[in-house]
Every structure is written in C-alpha cells, then in structure tokens.
Design a binder for this molecule. Structure first.
Ligand code: CA
Length: 223
C-alpha cells in the first residue's frame, strides 16, 4: 500500500518512514501541509499518517481540504498527549483515527492495518486471497496451493494491489505509483518484469494484459 507521511520533525519523520517501509508500505514523506495537499492531488495514496502541528497550513486544515474534495483516504493523526482539543478537532475535521505521541510503533502498525482493511472490500482479517493464493498482510507471507511462495518486495506489493481489487483494470501509471515512491527510479520495463515473475510464480493467466489500458487480475481463473 502507498502511504503519505506528513511530519515536520525531521528525526521522527525519517525514522517513521524507515519503520513503515520495513512494514512493506511504499512511503512518501512530506514536512508541510501544502506539500501534503500537493501530493494528494497529484497521486493516489491508500493511507495517510498526519502530524497536526505543521508549519504554515496545519494538519486540521489539510484534513478539511481532503474531505472537501471527497478523497476516500483513511487518515490517522498524530497528536501530542496534552492536546485533547487537537484530537477532537482532527476527528471532527474527518480523520479516521489518532495516536498520541509518543506512541508504540506496533500500535501504529496495527491501527494502519485496521484502516487499510476498512478501505478494502475483502472482509477476512489480515488476509487477502484469490483462488489458491493467500497473502497474509501482517507477516507478508504468500502461499499458493498451500505451498509458500517467495516474492520480492515489489512483487508482493503488486500482488497486494491486484488481490485487493480482483477484476479491476489498473493502468500502468496506477501500478507504478503503488510500487514506487518519489525519487525511486522506475526502469522502463520494470513493471512488465514484475508481472512476468508473478505469472511464473503462480500461473500464466493470473494477470491479464488489457491492451492499450493496463492489467487486471483475471477472475476467470487458471486457463
Ligand atoms: Ca509537528
């Protein structure tokens, strides 16, 4: 999943970005409210983690703007322990959940998983499955017909996107955006290579090429 991290504290931002990347999120980190809005308008994100006290445009204003534009983005806010009013304003503005600073990283991860699920149609907790393919979204283990399958980080991210919306056609740009953060170089045929690997590791018909449009998980099953 692609996550936007909005945190002006450089040390906290950097360490959160690394911790979230280790949880297999594709993380883009910005330090101001205006750059958060610019990012959200330019690209698709599945989740946002937002500090409220930001220079210039504060977190509450960013959330209000996001909700005004009806972006279906789950937002978790980070607030200081003493500011009950901040928390209330944040939730009123349209945030979905909050964590008090300082917080335990494992709690942050658990809450983000819960928010990610809320946005996802499939109901089984912490698991995405399609036919004989099962992806555990906590451990990041994947199995096919009961046997473990080893995937690279990006193959795993790609599979997660497809399993989250079986049958939906994704454009190349949408898929690349969910695999790569800013500043990460995308080689021209990288996406095809990842898709090729997924087809080899599962079965050839798993991912269908929709000519001139993109790719989709083939809900017709193996053929
Ligand atoms: Ca701050």
């Amino acid at each position: 999943m692609r996550l936007l991290l909005v945190e002006d504290d450089a040390m906290l931002g950097k360490s959160l970005q690394q911790a979230l990347q280790a949880q297999n999120y594709v993380v883009d980190w910005v330090q101001t409210g205006l750059s958060a809005l610019a990012a959200l308008q330019a690209e698709h994100f599945d989740l946002a983690v937002m500090d409220l006290g930001l220079p210039g445009l504060d977190g509450i204003r960013v959330i209000e703007e996001v909700r005004d534009q009806r972006l279906p983005l789950p937002i978790l806010i980070l607030t200081a322990r003493d500011s009950v009013q901040d928390r209330v304003s944040g939730l009123d503005a349209g945030a979905d959940d909050y964590l008090l600073k300082p917080f335990d990283l494992n709690e942050l991860f658990a809450r983000l998983r819960a928010l990610g699920r809320r946005n996802n149609a499939s109901a089984v907790v912490n698991e995405l499955s399609f036919g004989d393919i099962v992806l555990d979204t906590v451990s990041h283990q994947v199995s096919y017909q009961g046997q473990p399958v080893v995937l690279s980080r990006r193959e795993l991210l790609l599979l997660e996107v497809f399993l989250g919306r079986p049958g939906q056609v994704f454009t190349r740009q949408q898929l690349e955006q969910s695999l790569y953060g800013w500043g990460e170089e995308v080689e021209s045929n990288a996406l095809e290579v990842h898709i090729h690997h997924l087809r080899k590791k599962f079965y050839n018909g798993l991912i269908q090429t929709v000519r001139g449009v993109g790719y989709r998980l083939n809900t017709g099953g193996p053929s």
